[in-house]
Ligand binder design. Structure first.
Ligand code: CUK
Ligand code: CUA
Length: 633
């Protein structure tokens, strides 16, 4: 097979990326110590970039009818959704709308989804980081938590039905970006960074006074989905991750300058990672050492420089990703505009808070030079780290202990391999790599550009997610997958871990539609068998069952201007036998899966005959599964 990524093409990509960056600030690349045509920037002799591709007969193909070994839970970026993939096939299994409306299933249309989304939900969201709840540093299959950068929201997804059940607004801040879950003893807290600095409260004051802008770190109770506390910080907050002991959580800051323009944000040679001392923050809140802002009741503590609650560790330069190693010993802050990653020992963080470490910078125990544009790092549980190099379009594999030894002055080469990826990778993620169970099997590189990897489809290109086998000594690229805009992060979970946890039909007692069931009960309606119309003044409630290939009502009549609530209960209990309820020319569609109840409320503002019909092909007589809404003028 033709070798992907010929040197000419790759060179062009790199030059393009560098030129783009150089155009925005002359100081940008000074920390990198080399230009666009430079050689490996590491000490010692680095292995040449190897564009290793799939050898014949590699066991990554999942034959028809066979199941994948892993679930991949994928960020949908500005599509606002969560996606579920199967690995290693990289097949997309389903999409879970969260911050985005979805006509396909009625998300944002049904009353049940609106109860989760809130009344005035925005038209979409920007979902970057999906992370599964953990217990003792291991995935527990209860929830997935996701952020919405544009809407300053965090959502929780129930893993049993793969539906969001809570979406909350984070007060006092703007733009939730980095988001992770507490590992120990369990989740517990969901930690959220707000990236952009704004006045607080942001009510029109201090518009022209950026020095008065601020941002905060937020801890959410993952069980109640209420905000537990917030910490005011210096600078901004990019990505975050926590330890394996439940003591600390850390965030990168790329704008220590607190600037509001691009050139201003790149002045400092070093920004920092800020570590939050969870126990001390909890104690401060308990002791009443907090304030509240505006209408919010959330306790806000001060964690700016000099606070006993935080530790600011200088990191070069505009660091981005922050990733804790599964051995529980370190976290890695990725340099972005510096060719380095900084390895910080949690034990040194202990020392700092115990007053035994004077200079926070001494918590850095390694700073390997990896290449241009390190953004994110993941781990295989065997002592190796894998770092994406955005500008170089490569994945760097390096040995953590060797990097620590090199930093201490030993002559060792910590770099093991560089693999070309296509192109411009952001996140990478290893199977189980953010848990104690890191299994060292798979690595995905979530690339921002696909360029020429796929058939042209117009000016907007798909992104390119690549699957890499890391089970051997060398990384081997095994699959390219086009993906719609735009995955940032993903987590990879073995299917055994989810076995028995995912429902195949709904439980009639499910809380997702419990409010609708209660409403029916008030009307004396038994959803599982009754089909009837109940009028209360100008409010009309239309209850019907659905059972292939028939709705419980062939027609119902309302008056123009009535507020109509249609409640459909799918009484089929055969797996996969989903019905839809689509009301023509009223912009309504909803999914009703086996044993589910779905409802929708609308104003019948147009007189006439409007057919409702089933949208999920359920039966040979699926086309006949329909009825009429008759609206009297
Ligand atoms: S971020 Cu997109 S590549 Cu929003 Cu996790 Cu780093
Ligand atoms: Cu019911 Cu198609």
């Amino acid at each position: 097979p033709g070798q992907p990524g010929n040197p000419g093409r790759r060179g062009f990509m790199k030059m393009g990326a560098l030129a783009g960056l150089a155009g925005v600030g002359g100081t940008l690349l000074t920390g990198c110590g080399r230009g666009a045509t430079g050689d490996q920037p590491v000490a010692g002799k680095a292995p040449a970039a190897a564009a290793t591709s799939m050898p014949e007969g590699h066991p990554t193909e999942v034959a028809p009818g066979h199941l994948d070994e892993y679930y991949g839970f994928w960020s949908g970026g500005q599509s606002g959704e969560l996606r579920i993939l199967g690995l290693p096939s990289m097949r997309e299994l389903i999409r879970v709308p969260i911050f985005n409306p979805s006509f396909a299933i009625g998300w944002g249309i049904t009353n049940e989804s609106k109860r989760v989304l809130g009344k005035d939900f925005p038209p979409g969201g920007d979902l970057h980081h999906p992370h599964m709840s953990q217990t003792n540093g291991r995935y527990d299959g209860r929830y997935l938590f996701v952020n919405d950068k544009t809407g300053t929201r965090v959502a929780r997804v129930r893993c049993d039905v793969m539906r969001a059940d809570k979406i909350i607004d984070i007060p006092n801040v703007a733009d939730i970006h980095g988001m992770r879950v507490q590992r120990e003893p369990r989740t517990g807290y969901v930690f959220a960074n707000s990236e952009f600095r704004v006045p607080s409260p942001n009510d029109g004051r201090d518009l022209d006074d950026p020095k008065k802008y601020q941002t905060m770190f937020t801890a959410i109770d993952g069980d109640t989905m209420e905000v537990s506390w917030q910490v005011i910080v210096d600078g901004n907050l990019d990505n975050t991750d926590c330890d394996y002991e439940g003591k600390y959580v850390a965030s990168t800051c790329y704008n220590s300058e607190e600037a509001v323009d691009l050139a201003g944000m790149m002045q400092n040679e070093r920004d920092w990672a800020v570590v939050f001392n969870i126990k001390r923050i909890e104690a401060a809140v308990k002791a009443g050492k907090f304030k509240t802002i505006g209408k919010s009741k959330v306790p806000v503590v001060d964690g700016r420089h000099g606070s006993p609650l935080t530790m600011y560790i200088p990191i070069p330069k505009s660091p981005h990703g922050l990733n804790a190693s599964p051995d529980g010993k370190y976290f890695v802050a990725n340099g972005k505009l510096s060719p380095t990653c900084s390895v910080v020992a949690w034990s040194k963080v202990d020392d700092y808070f115990d007053g035994k470490l004077k200079d926070p910078r001494d918590a850095v125990i390694a700073e390997p030079q990896l290449g241009l544009g390190p953004l994110h790092t993941s781990f295989d549980g065997r002592g190796y780290a894998y770092t994406t190099l955005f500008i170089d379009s490569q994945m760097a594999k390096w040995n953590i202990q060797d990097a620590i030894d090199a930093y201490a002055g030993k002559k060792v080469n910590y770099l093991r391999q560089k693999l070309d990826v296509a192109y411009q990778p952001g996140h990478c993620h290893t199977s189980l790599g953010e848990t104690r169970d890191a299994d060292g099997k798979w690595l995905v590189s979530l690339n921002k550009f696909s360029k020429d990897r796929f058939l042209p489809v117009g000016p907007l290109h798909p992104d390119c997610d690549q699957l890499i086998d890391i089970s051997g000594d060398q990384m081997v690229l095994v699959a390219d997958t086009p993906v719609f805009s735009e995955p940032h992060d993903a987590v990879i979970v073995p299917r055994q871990l989810m076995a028995g946890k995912i429902k195949r039909i709904w439980d009639r007692k499910d809380p997702f539609f419990a409010e609708t069931v209660a409403q029916a009960k008030k009307h004396g309606v038994v959803l599982e068998k009754d089909s009837k119309v109940i009028r209360e003044g100008k409010k009309v409630f239309v209850y019907m069952t659905s059972s292939a290939p028939k709705y419980g009502l062939d027609s119902f009549k309302v008056k123009k201007g009535d507020e109509v609530t249609v409640v459909v209960t799918n009484v089929d209990d055969i797996e996969d036998l989903t019905h839809g309820f689509c009301l023509s020319n009223y912009g309504i569609n909803m999914e009703i899966s086996p044993q589910e109840t779905s409802s929708v409320t609308f104003i019948a503002d147009k007189p006439g005959v409007y057919w409702y019909y089933c949208t999920f092909f359920c039966h040979a007589l699926h086309l006949e599964m329909r009825g009429r809404m008759l609206v009297e003028a």
